[in-house]
Design a protein around this ligand. Sequence first.
Ligand code: AHR
Length: 319
Amino acid sequence: MTFHRIVAAAALAVATVTAPALAADKLVVGFSQIGSESGWRAAETKVAKMEAEKRGIDLRISDAQQKEENQIKAVRSFIAQGVDAIFIAPVVATGWESVLKEAKDAKIPVILLDRGIDVKDDSLYLTVVRSDAVYEGQAAGDWLVKATKGKCNVVELQGTVGASVAIDRKKGFDKVVAENPQMKIIRTQSGDFTRAKGKEVMESFIKAENGGKNICAMYAHNDDMAIGGIQAIKESGLKPGKDILVVSIDGVPDIFNAMAEGEANATVELTPNMAGPAFDALVAFKTGGKVPPKWIKTETKLYQPDVAKSEYQRRKDLY
Ligand code: AHR
């Protein structure tokens, strides 16, 4: 569905609900969002607002600016406000036990969006809506094996240190590398999921690897770092997408643009609609006591340049 159709559908849905019933039943959800490190993240926030509006939910978003301590403060503030539920996109996987225990004691269900956490007691959250990030890394690796017949020196731009998606995307890709003896990760470092750091790290890789001539491919844990890396490759005088292959994860419009220009080769899509399935699970739980599965898994799909132009058009207004 296009952005305009989504907006029209949301407007229709809101218009068909009678105002008094909506006001009386309005669910209040606090959402601790990580920040705005990437195009994907901005889209996730935008879609969350649209999905809340569609359902007449009062969504209160707190921007943690990439810091777990801000997320913990936000969760405590939501508990104090007595919200009906709390959504968290956890910046890192560890350190959540005590604040989630506080939410549980206050009988406020918690739903995790797009990243997982490490806790011994999984009753501390109702469900998590996220992709299989190990599979995403594997899909990127499998594509590269096909493109290079399994012979390739790879540099890797990792996501935020300690984030579940960075750990899992590495794990999935490493698995493919382990099965292909002529494929090697020659450099790997975090670019914190941002364009600026992706560019900076790629510049240092190029410098260390004979002006980039030793590098066959760049694998970035998200498209924004890939776009920063593409810039670094261009500035070094090499051609991204040709001299150095580019594979990344997310499916944001700019990577489709880069693919249409021949500067990127493949992206593994991560849907920005994490909030929609989370709201549905929450409403079913609140109204009918339906306990959702512990993991609501979103779909994963790899895209290549053949559809780059149409995918760019389809996505550009949503992101
Ligand atoms: O957790 C999802 C990841 O976080 C996205 O792939 C990345 O762009 C974002 O910063």
